[in-house]
Design a binder for this molecule. Structure first.
Ligand SMILES: *[C@@H]1O[C@H](CO)[C@@H](O)[C@H](O)[C@H]1NC(C)=O
Ligand SMILES: *[C@@H]1O[C@H](CO)[C@@H](O)[C@H](O)[C@H]1NC(C)=O
Length: 370
């Protein structure tokens, strides 16, 4: 019999598979690792995503589950910045168009980095699972899978940072495992990608995890599987999920601002109100979203001129805790708020930081360059 590739399938093969273009936290979008340009640059931009020379838009195979490539993709290098997120917040990971032939699970893990995810040795990271959606419905073989939900969700995936998690620095390892060729050994395709997060909050859980090289075995039931037959069950590969993991309904996240990665570690983890700085197209002005447990919540709308002289409207919710400031005389710690309309807390920063205006509503203690 003559074998003919349908044009759509051929296009899929030619175009490669997929990767995350950006992540969105409370409307603020952080650029991902752009495989089409960053690998060719000697000094690629600082982003919250780990780097990889994966210009082929490819995947990791089961034969490499015991190599460091399975941790954060091919020859991955640490992200140079991180995003701040509150425990209990949701992160939307936006993908390039995902091929609908590539059925399989979508899985998310976190691993604590200690002092800094920007410098941590990836081979020491211990991952715990916070999300895993495999076979959703097998009524019509090969079934509806986690990644089919991802496609239906505007090619994006929403994951919640467990509210009970202790604050600190974490690598988010997000992954699709495509199973369209997984009927034989070494046929599965793993698409892992990592992002640096600073999680704020008041949780205390420090879940144990496993090394990236110990997440999967090439012979796991969820790795060698023929999805073209009816399956009564499908076990999502990897360790069982952390007990504090939260299962959520998928939803997409519209973007209201672009975020600038935070660099450096230090005092950020100890401020009572974590915050992330965002800028409008990185140009003439910026707005900041502060995350905290929220006794007061102030919603502001800023109209910002960008360099193209078009006008963009940014809606920003600034949440502050009255406790975050301390009483008048004290100083604010690095990344804490130090001023802005309606701010009655400390306006001086500690010795390591300088108070800087992000916008009329939010001044932040920015680390003083050393
Ligand atoms: C990945 O690293 C290995 C070992 O250093 C090297 O041989 C290989 O060329 C690298 N691959 C890419 C695509 O850079
Ligand atoms: C859908 O995805 C596109 C491309 O990533 C993005 O520009 C758009 O804002 C998304 N739409 C929604 C409603 O999230």
């Amino acid at each position: 019999m003559l074998k003919v590739f349908a044009p759509a399938l051929l296009a899929t093969l030619v175009a490669g598979h997929g990767h995350v273009t950006n992540i969105v936290i409370n409307g603020v979008s952080y650029e991902g690792w752009d495989i089409d340009s960053f690998p060719y640059e000697t000094d690629p931009p600082t982003v919250v995503a780990w780097g990889t020379p994966n210009t082929a838009n490819g995947f990791i195979t089961p034969d490499d589950y015991d190599t460091s490539d399975i941790i954060c993709h091919l020859n991955a290098t640490n992200a140079k910045g991180h995003a701040v997120v509150a425990a209990g917040d949701k992160i939307n990971l936006q993908w390039t168009a995902w091929p609908d032939t590539h059925h399989g699970p979508v899985i998310d893990y976190l691993a604590s980095c200690g002092d800094s995810c920007e410098t941590v040795d990836k081979t020491t990271l211990k991952f715990f699972k916070i999300d895993g959606v495999g076979l959703v419905d097998d009524t019509a073989v090969p079934g509806t899978w986690g990644d089919d939900q991802l496609i239906a969700n505007n090619n994006s995936w929403l994951v919640e940072i467990p509210p009970t998690l202790a604050p600190g620095n974490y690598v988010l390892r997000h992954e699709i495992i495509a199973l369209h060729s997984a009927g034989t050994e070494d046929g599965a395709q793993n698409y892992p990608q990592c992002f640096n997060l600073q999680v704020t909050g008041s949780g205390s859980d420090q879940p144990s995890g496993v090394l990236g090289t110990e997440l999967y075995s090439p012979t796991d039931a969820g790795i060698i599987v023929n999805i073209y037959t009816s399956l009564s069950t499908y076990v999502v590969p990897g360790p069982t999920a952390y007990s504090g993991a939260v299962s959520i309904t998928q939803a997409s996240s519209s973007i209201t601002a672009s975020g600038t990665p935070v660099t450096g570690s230090g005092g950020a983890a100890t401020t009572s109100a974590g915050s992330s700085t965002t800028s409008s197209a990185g140009k003439t002005s910026s707005t900041t979203t502060a995350v905290a447990s929220t006794p007061t919540s102030v919603s502001t709308t800023l109209t910002t001129k960008v360099s193209t002289s078009s006008t963009q409207t940014i809606t920003s919710t600034t949440s502050t805790t009255s406790a975050a400031s301390g009483s008048g005389g004290s100083t604010q710690s690095v990344y804490g708020q130090c001023g802005g309309t309606g701010w009655s807390g400390a306006t001086a920063c500690n010795a390591e930081a300088t108070c800087s205006s992000m916008n009329p509503y939010y001044y932040q203690c920015v680390p003083t360059a050393v």
